[in-house]
Design a protein around this ligand. Structure first.
Ligand SMILES: [Zn+2]
Ligand SMILES: [Zn+2]
Length: 247
C-alpha cells in the first residue's frame, strides 16, 4: 500500500468518525423536495449533504437544491425577495441496475424561485418559467408592459442602449419604473432567455416570448441555416462549396 493510499484511507476513517458523531440532521430534507424551505435552510441542507458524501468513492449528484450561479440574488422588489435555485434530477442510469428506488427519474434540470418574505416558491423545468411565475407573484401587471422593439438596437457595450433607455422611460408606466422592475424586449428567434439585472432598474430583461410568443419580429429575416450547423453530406463532400458562400 502506498503512503498516499494510506493517507487517503486514514482521512476517510476520520471523516467517517466525524459523520458518526454528528447529531442527527433535522434541517431541510437531504433529498429532492418541492416544499417551501427558506434559502438559508436549503443552503444548510446542501452543505450538510456535501459533508456527508465528501468521501464517497463515486461522486454523484445530490438532487438537492443549490443556488443558481448564473443568476445573482436580486435586491428586494416591493417587499419581495428573489433567489433562484436549481436541482439536477437528470437520470443516472448506471444507478438503476442494482437500486431502482433511489432514482427520481424526473429527468430534468429543475428550477425553483423563492420569495423568502412571503415564504413563497415556484418550481418548473424551465428557467424562464419560474422567472415568469415569480414576476406574477411579485409584480402582477408586468404582462401588460410595453414590449421594447428590437429596432432600437437594444444593447451597446455598457448594457442597454441610450435609445432603448429613452424609449422605456417614455413608454413605461411610472409605477413600474421602480427598483427591481423588469422590462420586456423583443428578441430574435434565438436569445429568448430572460436576462437578470438588465432592466434600467436592475430587474429582469424578459423576452417578449413570455407574453407574445406568436409575435412577428420586425426586420427579422427567416434564419438561413449556416453550412457549419450540419455535418457535410458524405456523398458530395469533395465538391462541397466553401462555408459561408453568398453570406
Ligand atoms: Zn413575495
Ligand atoms: Zn433514472
Amino acid at each position: 500500500m502506498s503512503g498516499e493510499q494510506l493517507a487517503l484511507d486514514i482521512e476517510g476513517m476520520l471523516h467517517e468518525a466525524r459523520v458518526q458523531s454528528t447529531p442527527e440532521w433535522s434541517g431541510a430534507p437531504l433529498h429532492f423536495t418541492t416544499d417551501y424551505y427558506s434559502p438559508g435552510d436549503l443552503d444548510a441542507a446542501f452543505e450538510h449533504w456535501q459533508f456527508l458524501h465528501a468521501h464517497d468513492p463515486v461522486q454523484s449528484g445530490s438532487r438537492l437544491w443549490s443556488r443558481s450561479i448564473a443568476v445573482p440574488e436580486s435586491r428586494q422588489v416591493g417587499g419581495h425577495g428573489f433567489v433562484l435555485y436549481t436541482a439536477d434530477l437528470r437520470c443516472e442510469p448506471w444507478k438503476h441496475a442494482e437500486k431502482h428506488e433511489g432514482c427520481m427519474c424526473v429527468g430534468d434540470l429543475m428550477y425553483q424561485a423563492i420569495c423568502e418574505p412571503c415564504e413563497w416558491n415556484a418550481i418548473a423545468d424551465r428557467e424562464n418559467g419560474v422567472v415568469e411565475m415569480w414576476h406574477d407573484h411579485a409584480l402582477p401587471g408586468w404582462r401588460e408592459l410595453p414590449i421594447v422593439p428590437a429596432r432600437l438596437r437594444m444593447l451597446d457595450k455598457v448594457g442597454l442602449s441610450k435609445a432603448a433607455r429613452k424609449w422605456i422611460e417614455e413608454h413605461y408606466p411610472r409605477s413600474m419604473q421602480v427598483p427591481g422592475a423588469p422590462i420586456i424586449t423583443e428578441r430574435r428567434p434565438f436569445g429568448t432567455r430572460h436576462v437578470p439585472s438588465r432592466s434600467p432598474w436592475g430587474g429582469y430583461d424578459l423576452s417578449h416570448t413570455a407574453v407574445d410568443p406568436e409575435r412577428i419580429v420586425e426586420g427579422s429575416k427567416p434564419l438561413r441555416p449556416k453550412a457549419s450547423h450540419f455535418p457535410a453530406p458524405p456523398r458530395s463532400a469533395a465538391q462541397a462549396p466553401a462555408v459561408g458562400l453568398g453570406d
